[in-house]
Design a protein around this ligand. Structure first.
Ligand code: ARG
Length: 608
């Protein structure tokens, strides 16, 4: 399918899901009953009447010209004994209600418990994925707009890596542009101006980037007010672009200062990005002349008003003229578009990407359409490379408008996190009091941080990516509902059951409790096994459509299945093999939930 993809080798301990097994079993039955319909999808779906159901009879009936119930019966007769299907019933117009045998259910539990990766197949093995995410701008605060790119990009990185993809993270820092002229010039003329983190007193509230932000605003003011300074700043841009050593040294220092602060944010958020993942816009400078020349020679870029542009063949601008990608400005300078052209080429030629994901908000949709179109016309992008803009909506304030401070400024990312952690602290404190959990202040602070950060990430990941959502600290830290805190709390309940079991000397057995067949599995146990069993299929789907909310929904459903199970099936109060198998289920549910939270980049606390 893709170039450079080695033979996909599933992990040795890959466990096909029950849903997959039934798809295979019913698929084989369809082939046996109607050989000319071989390959038809059995349409295995969740069921209210059985464990799962197959809905294919209706569509098949049309094709083979028989009535659906008859088709259902014919197919069901072909389902082989020995498959996971324990019982089939035909209902309504030909749905097959499928009940899985207890043995088959339990062997899934056993197989998953025996696997370090819970039996999840490595469906992305051999695929090299380049993920472009976060991409903050040097000398500016990271704001709410950067959070989504950072959080969603990191979750996708974790999921794809877990599925065996060779993931290359790229932090496309905005580290180049004319604004550096005035920054560098101002620093040079005002060496006393404090802007480095080492210039700031230890107890200073101001973070490094706040200091850089102030520098930016001060330099901007000077630029606007003082014509002579503006000229010197412009000359500085030229010196920077020409590679003047002293100028570059100051530039580098500004970049390092900003990165120091970005790293603080990443550390607090538990983001995987490291210094070696930073490849700023400036690193493509040496490629820009060549890219412009190549596009011009190939006749893809043309001169218009003295500038070199790529005119789109399929997108029109508001003026009904073809939308354009700016390759070289009239003054000979290069900008964001040219850098992205070079970056695309680099990722294909040098990084040998099979897949390139750009995590950038919806406002840049046109930019990426034009970029990919140019890439295809230049024959850099072929069918073998899947380049995608992974777009997302905005974070809104309580008024439903883009989130701003009262003064009308964009909200700093760190402030947003503080708000969520404060809300989480209230909830955790109240919860601990109500439940009589003993938590000292240090533990409480740590849990509130985990819950607050988890809540922000979960809220960001749990909606459909492309939708805007309202930032509401209270709602997102609620113990009840589809929140990160709810999942973390469910995790602590599982830990607590296992802890109490251990205190009584009841260890969770490895492997199959021998006497399973004595007592049939209860409905709530069956439902929990099926929920646990779905992780691999959900992750495979996330890798396809890159929608992390599938995983949040899955974990929410898993936690609810656990709650139902816990209400219906006593664990510590039961006995013998039933208690053993229930402890094994709690243990596997906990591992599955913890794995899922880890793939979202959310902490799984032991107490709350
Ligand atoms: N720095 C850009 C911004 O803040 C995001 C960079 C996205 N990546 C890219 N290859 N254009 O809007």
């Amino acid at each position: 399918m893709m170039t450079g993809v080695s033979e996909i080798s599933p992990a040795p301990d890959a466990v096909p899901s029950l849903s997959q097994q039934l798809t295979d079993a019913v698929g084989a039955a369809i082939t046996a009953a109607y050989p000319e319909q071989a390959g038809a999808d059995p349409l295995i779906r969740p069921s209210d009447h059985a464990d799962l159901q197959a809905n294919a009879a209706l569509a098949l009936a049309k094709k083979v010209g028989a009535n659906p119930r008859e088709v259902g019966t014919t197919v069901s007769e072909q389902i082989t004994a020995g498959s996971a299907v324990g019982n089939v019933e035909i209902s309504g117009p030909g749905f097959l209600n499928l009940t899985i045998s207890d043995d088959a259910l339990w062997s899934q539990v056993e197989a998953r418990r025996g696997s370090a990766r819970l039996g999840v197949p490595a469906t992305q093995a051999g695929v090299r994925t380049v993920i472009d995410y976060s991409g903050p701008n040097i000398a500016k605060e990271m704001h709410v707009g950067h959070i989504r790119s950072t959080v969603i990009g990191d979750a996708l990185t974790r999921v794809l890596s877990f599925l065996g993809s060779d993931v290359i993270k790229q932090n496309h820092l905005g580290d180049w542009g004319t604004q550096f002229g005035m920054l560098i010039q101002y620093i040079t003329e005002h060496p006393e101006h404090p802007w480095r983190h080492s210039d700031l007193a230890d107890d200073s509230e101001a973070t490094t980037v706040s200091a850089l932000d102030t520098l930016y605003k001060t330099a901007r003011k000077a630029f606007d007010a003082d014509e002579a300074f503006a000229d010197r700043a412009r000359a500085r841009v030229v010196a920077l672009q020409a590679g003047d050593e002293e100028t570059l040294m100051v530039w580098k220092e500004i970049v390092d200062e900003s990165e120091f602060y970005f790293d603080e944010v990443y550390a607090r958020l538990g983001i995987l990005l490291r210094a070696e993942d930073s490849r700023g816009e400036s690193s493509y400078n040496t490629m820009l002349d060549g890219v412009a020349a190549e596009l011009e020679q190939a006749g893809i870029a043309e001169t218009s008003d003295g500038a070199l542009v790529v005119l789109s063949e399929d997108v029109k601008g508001p003026d009904d003229q073809p939308a354009a990608l700016m390759v070289r400005k009239r003054d000979g300078g290069y900008g964001y578009d040219t850098t992205d052209l070079a970056t695309l080429k680099y990722r294909i030629d040098e990084l040998e990407a099979d897949r390139i994901l750009y995590l950038v908000d919806a406002r840049q949709t046109l930019h990426f359409r034009l970029l990919f179109e140019a890439g295809r016309r230049a024959e850099w992008l072929s069918e073998d490379v899947d380049a995608r803009h992974i777009s997302f909506g905005s974070i809104l304030g309580p008024d439903g408008k883009p989130f701003k401070t009262r003064a009308g400024d964009t909200v700093r990312l760190m402030d947003l996190l503080d708000m969520a952690v404060a809300a989480a602290e209230t909830v955790v404190r109240e919860g601990a009091e109500a439940k009589g959990t003993e938590l000292d202040e240090a533990a409480l602070t740590e849990i509130a941080e985990q819950a607050g950060i988890g809540a922000v990430k979960y809220a960001d990941l749990s909606g459909s990516r492309t939708k805007d959502y309202v930032f509401d600290p209270e709602r997102m830290t609620a113990f009840n509902g589809n929140t990160g805190v709810y999942l973390q709390y469910a995790h602590t309940r599982m830990v607590s059951i296992l802890r109490r079991a251990a205190e009584r000397g009841l260890t969770v057995p490895d492997g199959v409790p021998s006497a399973l067949s004595d007592v049939a599995l209860e409905p709530a146990e069956r439902a929990l096994v099926l929920a646990i069993d779905g992780l691999g299929d959900v992750l495979a789907a996330v890798a396809e459509d890159l929608e992390p909310h599938r995983l949040t929904t899955y974990l929410y459903d898993l936690s609810r299945a656990f709650t139902d199970f816990y209400e219906a099936c006593p664990v510590l109060a039961s006995e013998g093999s039933v208690r053993e198998r229930r402890l094994a289920l709690v243990d596997l549910t906990r591992r599955t939930l913890a794995q899922g939270l880890d793939l979202l980049g959310i902490a799984a606390p032991e107490r709350m």
